[in-house]
Design a protein around this ligand. Structure first.
Ligand code: CU
Ligand code: ZN
Length: 202
């Protein structure tokens, strides 16, 4: 390459360099930032209050004098009544009446301290599914050869609240014999073989 050409090329480079504007396109002016409306925080619908926990209670049955019958009766308030779950042991095989009695007092050796059948409505004694019955008339439990009886059912017309129909704090009795659902006012169920007080679960 001769010197002249080199010079020209240099000059051209300089001229071009001097006059040439940057070919890079000017950055577009940033669009004015549109203030972004904060997405409206959706007001959380207040959660409906949880339904009150179903009231529950338990009666722990202790044997009366000369008896070995023990058991647990569990109660849970449900629509229209109370679900009853009974588990009783050391019974003689066959049917045994069981009732809610009016007093939560099992202190007497024969549990006579629990009084008569729970009867706030002033009815006659009867079967649990009959129209006329004491609110405490639960019917019969049937023990197998092993002396054990279990049963779960809903007893209508009773509660675990503050109402007159509440069985909370009342006595629970299992009897020696079957309830005949006729004899007044006891069902001719014989002696009391186990007694417990129906205590609300805190
Ligand atoms: Cu009874
Ligand atoms: Zn009765």
């Amino acid at each position: 390459m001769n010197r002249t050409l080199l010079t020209l090329t240099f000059c051209a480079a300089v001229v071009t360099g001097c006059s040439k504007k940057s070919s890079a396109p000017a950055a577009e002016p940033a669009a004015p930032a549109t203030p972004v409306e904060p997405a409206p925080v959706e007001a959380e619908a207040p959660a409906p209050p949880p339904p009150p926990a179903a009231k529950q209670a338990t009666a722990t049955l202790a044997p009366t004098k000369k008896s070995k019958v023990t058991g647990t009766i569990s109660f849970k308030e449900v629509e229209g009544g109370v679900e009853v779950t009974a588990a009783v042991e050391n019974l003689t095989p066959g049917d045994h009446a069981y009732h809610v009695h009016e007093k939560g007092d099992c202190s007497a050796p024969d549990a006579s301290s629990a009084g008569g059948h729970f009867n706030p409505g002033g009815h006659k004694h009867g079967a649990p599914d009959s129209e006329d019955r004491h609110e405490g008339d639960f019917g019969n439990l049937t023990a197998g050869k092993d002396g054990k009886a279990t049963k779960t059912f809903v007893m209508k017309g009773i509660t675990l609240g503050d109402q007159p129909t509440s069985i909370a704090g009342k006595g629970f009795i299992v009897h020696e014999k079957a309830d005949d659902f006729k004899t007044q006012p006891t069902g001719n169920a014989g002696g009391r073989v186990a007694c417990g007080v129906i205590e609300l679960t805190p």
